[in-house]
Design a protein around this ligand. Structure first.
Ligand code: BES
Ligand code: MN
Ligand code: ZN
Length: 466
């Protein structure tokens, strides 16, 4: 069984005697730097037209023709850009052990950029390609904080990357059990027909056609006296679309439809790892949206935990249904902040692309703070409105609410508005419509699963409550 990667796989403390230097050189100081090179190395870099321009990367041999050093051009830019430049290095250099030299080499952000950029998911290869590029940390870097954040992101990525044949609801529950035991969090599960008894009819309806029972997993951690933060995450282990079956390619990536729950677990790992003084509750509706004789159908009228009856329009809009019951439970007490994470709509991707998840909240101050954190830690998001006038598009002739709007417009907004109908009490409610996946290599983001917005939300929470 696939195990989660520890941050230490790519980030090591200790002596840097035997590691290969990655020297960050700007256009201004290239001449100075070159004075310390051997004539052969200088000629090699001249041949390669290396002059320190931002983004240039060259492997430089030593006298034996082995890798002596790596030079990374950082142009005239200091500070901010360096994160992006370093985040792209690990997957461009051979397996080995490295350390950074030059301005900023001792900064936390640069070590984080390496750690996030070095992750490789190769657990299913019989003979994994050489894939470990280790960074020896500078003494100035806060290793504890770095490992906490990086390890949590690896956890989220790996959960998303594991395919649905190995991460159905049963195995996912097992993994969450191990996870919560590691942090001494309390875990409880309601599954199968017990969902009906305990009044989670929507979670049951979406997941009942799968051979693995749908379930609601709850984690609790922290002191009762601390402010309450509740995280809700969509955990659809695979989304076939149900009877409204997804066509062709649209199903290919649907193992990532539990990405919202992976983001919630990533943030939970960061909070618990840092012992943030909050009272944390995590609610994960976990199910597979599959097909059988007992599938829920378009036209079905289903009660919800909150009491509202829901008219089913399209069984492929399953995420908002399982979330509605989980949010209703979360909202049965007054919480300080209620967060919802979900790979909810294709419309969010059409509008924003894969790398800029939209988020929704009525709390302007919180929105500003979240955006500030997002840009600071380079885990981006962009606010879209809970546009009130569209709320009526969810009205139903026969039930209290329809879970989709009839028309082709504003699909991410109307999905968010549907969720908002199930939240009344929370002091602040924020919903993120994430993609959960990096389709093209980005600095610090290898192709594959990504618990988007986790680092940003944690940064905001640590500033507020830390
Ligand atoms: N999981 C999908 C949304 C999704 C699709 C996210 C592709 C990322 C990439 C969700 O369950 C879904 O299928 N939504 C439908 C809703 C529609 C039927 C109203 C969609 O967006 O097409
Ligand atoms: Mn769907
Ligand atoms: Zn889905």
């Amino acid at each position: 069984m696939t195990e989660f990667k520890a941050a230490e796989v790519y980030l090591e403390a200790g002596s840097r005697k035997h590691s290969v230097p990655v020297v960050m050189v700007g256009t201004e100081n290239y001449e100075d730097f070159a004075k310390g090179l051997t004539p052969a190395q200088k000629n090699w870099l001249a041949l390669k037209d290396f002059n320190g321009k931002a983004g240039q990367l060259q492997l430089v041999p030593d006298e034996d023709g082995k890798l002596g050093l790596v030079v990374l051009g950082i142009g005239a830019s200091a500070g901010d850009m360096i994160y992006n430049l370093v985040g792209s290095v690990p997957l461009q250099v051979p397996e080995g052990i490295y350390h950074l030299e030059g301005e900023g080499a001792d900064s936390f952000e640069v070590a984080l950029a390496w750690g996030l950029g070095a992750y490789v998911f190769a657990d299913y290869k019989q003979s994994p390609a050489s894939d470990t590029r280790i960074l020896k940390l500078d003494k100035a870097v806060d290793g504890e904080k770095l490992y906490n954040i990086t390890g949590a992101v690896y956890l989220g990525r790996t959960l998303i990357n594991i395919p649905a044949n190995d991460l159905g609801p049963d195995v996912y529950e097992e993994k969450i059990k191990i996870f919560s035991a590691g942090f001494k969090a309390k875990m409880s599960v309601v599954k199968g027909d017990a969902l009906l008894v305990k009044k989670f009819p929507l979670i049951h309806a979406v997941g009942r056609a799968s051979t693995q029972e749908p379930r609601l997993i709850e984690l609790n951690w922290g002191k009762k006296s601390h402010p309450k933060i509740t995280l809700v995450g969509k955990g659809i282990c695979f989304d076939t679309g149900g009877l409204n079956l997804k066509p062709g390619n649209s199903m290919n990536l649907m193992k990532k439809d539990m990405g919202g729950s992976a983001t919630a677990l990533t943030i939970a790992a960061m909070i618990m790892g840092a012992k943030l003084p909050v009272q944390l509750r995590v609610l994960l509706p976990i199910a597979e949206n599959n097909i059988s004789g007992n599938s829920f159908r378009p036209g079905d009228l289903i009660p919800s935990r909150k009491g509202l009856t829901v008219e089913i329009d399209n069984t492929d809009a399953e995420g908002r249904l399982v979330l509605a019951d989980a949010l209703a439970l979360a909202d049965e007490e007054v919480v300080e902040e209620l967060y919802c994470f979900a790979t909810l709509t294709g419309a969010a991707r059409v509008g924003m692309g894969p790398d800029l998840p939209p988020f929704y909240t009525d709390d302007d101050e919180l929105a500003q703070n979240l955006e500030a954190s997002a840009f600071e830690v380079k885990d981006y998001m962009w606010r879209l409105p809970f546009w009130g006038p569209y709320d009526k598009w969810l009205n139903s002739q026969v039930a209290d609410v329809n879970h989709v709007s009839g028309g082709p417009f504003a699909g991410s907004i109307t999905a968010a508005l549907f969720l908002r109908r199930f939240v009344e009490q929370a002091k602040s409610f924020v919903h993120f419509d994430i993609y959960g996946w990096t389709p093209n290599l980005l600095p610090g983001k290898p192709v594959g699963g990504e618990p988007q917005v986790a680092r940003a939300v944690f940064d905001y929470l640590s500033k507020k409550y830390g």
